[in-house]
Design a protein. Structure first.
Length: 401
């Protein structure tokens, strides 16, 4: 019995040693070329946002849950790791989304006028989002606080379009636009219960049209709710398909008019791969109006999520609109020019006199200033992979392929 126990212990110990390098599901290293891409994307995108007047902020990775999750949805609360602060004994959370932190920053520093913010940093999720989803994505985003004017919606989509089209992406991108206000208004007019609202939202999300048609037969204004799933890009045709009560409602008419203006604006900007779906209700309990998502290569999970929300805090109303982007998911489709890697010839290095070594230092500094990567070998075995050029000495230091 003792031998069997010792054998199991030894086997377990060996297994632990063999697996001590494994990372949790949804967590992985970003290495080498991908790390270079990620850093370049982060710098380039933030630089573009700052040039448009967005102020860069870097909130902390952890906060007390009172501020981090004060206005959070149940989904966000479930995605947030909670830990105990060893100094105060209070509960803290590791951010699963940066936007709640921007609300806190705007409440303390934003003033009463329009404010623009941008950010980039990792978030931590308790569970992956979608199949093969990451739990530590690099989230980059932008927010406009202090106005509910349609021009802010235009600017936000304009910024997003310019950011993505300015990248060297091989992927095909698709913009999907929704709006929660029509469904919300119809639900008020039909006096739907919260259970029916949740049932309809699930059917919309799953695009379950036969089931939706069946359910809509038994609810007030059922045809209007069914037409939401058939809106397509022809907003005027959608408006005509509504009941008289719905098509004459000023709130619904205003939303259709705003979406029509937005559609025209995007067409004039040359944005072609766009669809409008007023039954797209992702983030329904959080968003207050326009919703937009960007998909890559017909993927099931968007790489960009955005829309209008109530950015108010500390009891004040503060309309806002913004988006967040998963930069890590851009890496497979982002092509980056290969930076030449120069290796100093070790034989020439060891035989160089003092004057030649001073000249070498000057040449290496010049090459690095021009954007080259230059390695001065430590010994004859120091031969990094990916070398594209040699720096050799022939009376002077010459870089050659």
């Amino acid at each position: 019995m003792s031998k069997q126990h010792n054998f199991n212990y030894a086997t377990t110990a060996a297994s632990d040693v063999a697996n001590d390098w494994l990372l949790p599901d949804g967590v992985h290293d970003v290495l080498f070329a991908d790390a270079d891409k990620q850093q370049l994307l982060r710098h380039h995108l933030i630089d573009q946002l700052c040039k448009r007047g967005y102020q860069l902020v870097t909130p902390p990775l952890i906060e007390f849950t009172e501020s981090l999750l004060g206005n959070a949805s149940e989904d966000l609360k479930r995605q947030t790791f909670k830990i105990i602060d060893q100094l105060s004994g209070r509960l803290m959370g590791l951010r699963a989304d940066t936007t709640p932190q921007i609300l806190r920053i705007d409440a303390n520093y934003g003033g009463e006028g329009i404010a623009r913010y941008c950010y980039a940093g990792h978030t931590i999720h308790t569970l992956p989002t979608g199949l093969f989803g990451l739990r530590t994505p690099l989230q980059l985003g932008a927010e406009i606080f202090g106005t509910d004017d349609l021009t802010a919606d235009f600017e936000m989509l304009d910024v997003l379009y310019e950011l993505l089209t300015g990248l060297n992406l091989t992927a095909k991108l698709h913009l999907d636009i929704g709006h929660v206000a029509i469904f919300r208004r119809l639900s008020e007019m039909a006096s739907l219960s919260s259970e029916t609202i949740e049932q309809l939202m699930l059917l919309y999300a799953n695009k379950a049209l036969p089931e939706l048609e069946y359910v809509c037969k038994d609810i007030p204004m059922g045809n209007d709710f069914y037409q939401l799933a058939n809106s397509g890009n022809d907003l005027q045709k959608f408006a005509q398909a509504l009941s008289d009560q719905a098509k004459n409602d000023q709130q619904i008419l205003q939303v259709i008019d705003e979406l029509t203006q937005l559609q025209t604006y995007l067409q004039n900007k040359g944005v072609k791969d766009v669809s409008i779906d007023v039954s797209e209700l992702s983030g329904y309990h959080y968003h207050s109006g326009l919703i937009f998502n960007v998909f890559m290569n017909s993927g099931s999970q968007p790489i960009v999520r955005g829309g209008r929300f109530d950015g108010g805090s500390k009891g004040r109303s503060r309309p806002a609109i913004g988006f967040s982007m998963d930069v890590t998911r851009l890496l497979p489709s982002f092509e980056m020019a290969v930076t030449p890697l120069v290796l100093v010839d070790f034989a020439d290095l060891t035989s160089a006199d003092a004057k030649a070594k001073v000249a070498l230092d000057t040449k290496v500094a010049e090459l690095r200033a021009e954007g080259y990567r230059v390695v001065v070998p430590l010994n004859a075995d120091d031969k990094p992979s990916g070398v594209t050029h040699q720096l050799k000495f022939d009376g002077e230091w010459v870089c050659c392929q």
